[in-house]
Design a protein around this ligand. Sequence first.
Ligand SMILES: Cc1cc2nc3c(=O)[nH]c(=O)nc-3n(C[C@H](O)[C@H](O)[C@H](O)COP(=O)(O)OP(=O)(O)OC[C@H]3O[C@@H](n4cnc5c(N)ncnc54)[C@H](O)[C@@H]3O)c2cc1C
Length: 476
Amino acid sequence: MSTKKETFIKNRITMMVVDELRKIVGKDNVSTDDLIIALHSKDAAGLTGKGIAVVYPENTEQVAQIVKLCYEKDIKIYPQGSSTELSGSSMPNGGVIINFGRMNKIEEINIVDGYVTVQPGVRFIELEEELSKHKYMFPIDPGSYRAATIGGAINTGAGGMRGAKYGSIVDWILGLEVVLPTGDVINIGSKTTKCRQGYNLTKLIVGSEGTLGIVTKAYLKIVPAPENIVYAAAFFEKIEDAMSAVADIKRSGILPAIMEFLDEDVVEVGRRIINSDVEGNLLIIGVECNTEASERMIDTLKEILKKRSKNIIFAKNSKEMEEKGIMELRRAFYPLSMKFGFQQLKTPTFVLIEDIAVPVSTLHKVVREIKEVAKKYDFATLIGGHAGDGNIHPIICIPTEDPEKFEKAKEFYFEIMKIALNFEGTVSAEHGIGLLKKEGLEMEMRFRKSEKALDIMRGIKKVFDPKNILNPGKIV
Ligand SMILES: Cc1cc2nc3c(=O)[nH]c(=O)nc-3n(C[C@H](O)[C@H](O)[C@H](O)COP(=O)(O)OP(=O)(O)OC[C@H]3O[C@@H](n4cnc5c(N)ncnc54)[C@H](O)[C@@H]3O)c2cc1C
């Protein structure tokens, strides 16, 4: 068949599918506008793709019908929240983009049973606002919480600022409603905290990056919000000392909810946010405790931190901490890296964000080694992340228009992953595999002499999605 004829047939099928989609969700909930599609075909990592249409379903029934239609016509499907992922996992390559912006209802808050039922398009900030009215919280809070959706976070396996105490989202999902690539709907897990349903399909969906099924509802575990959090922001001459302070605190028996860090270059470039002339490598500690115990906790933290830091700022509660701008500085790590890159390179910058995790006790050695390797490569590199759970995000700044430098940066990117593996860590803690970490995942499994695990993953993908239409090309 000639290419011209093929293209003609493809276009006809696309038009027919778009007509069908309009019948399912209504004409206002489908867009084939190039600009709209382009807006939905770019992620926060700076990767771009292209879809044939964007569809905005309003309920599970519509999602099931869309998927069934795509399954019958062999059209690829790309589920999408706010596209803030950092691994290319939401990038379309042809096919229909399903955006969950209009499935954004918090359906039930059940305090007695300790769960909340949400649609996938609910944003973290909206959930936080609603739960705070009941003095409750969902403890996972990614730095992108103002934009990121629950559906997206479930599918990347996200973590957040409170990871030191609360881990990542996988521990906070009780159950899910999932539309399979055939259009069948399954309900897995339950609303109870204990549930044995044979193989744990709920946990399998978490972190599956929209490759196995589409999450249309989630039952999330919730807990009472702490009465108060006291904070310490300590500045250290050497980054290794900041990391050793993390171990000091853990050894003391305190379990902070927040243990975040930024290296001295991020502090320097973001100083305007905190409006202070502090300098050095920053470690932020946040400990949940009753108001009456706050002073005592501050004294304890002071005792521990002053061994390695000469400059410590304390805040008695979250409001005081927000006023000092220190959490905002931490949240601005990613945009600040662009600014840093531009300052250093004097040209528009692309940033490559690492996401390794290592055992907390090795953090001081790992950051030192990354800094050494960075000197060898001579890239403007920043380091920060979630120290409490050993999750480090080195950010490599590269001139946008320099393919040679990009290749070199990729070498550096892989060398950082090797460092993580040598310290018994992992190549991806929370951003997922997507497109950028596929080779990294293979490297990790080779390193662990567990290539067979990749075959098992490919087998799982085939069982869920025999036609390979759901977010194809991601993970394995
Ligand atoms: C400034 C910044 C800070 C960040 N901080 C953190 C952080 O602290 N911790 C962290 O873990 N991440 C962080 N991230 C990464 C990202 O924000 C999170 O992974 C976030 O949870 C993704 O949510 P999203 O709605 O943007 O999902 P998207 O990016 O749209 O999608 C993510 C993945 O989920 C799939 N997906 C989306 N919705 C569904 C659905 N309903 N069903 C099936 N699959 C679906 C997509 O196909 C894709 O594979 C940060 C990103 C930025 C830009």
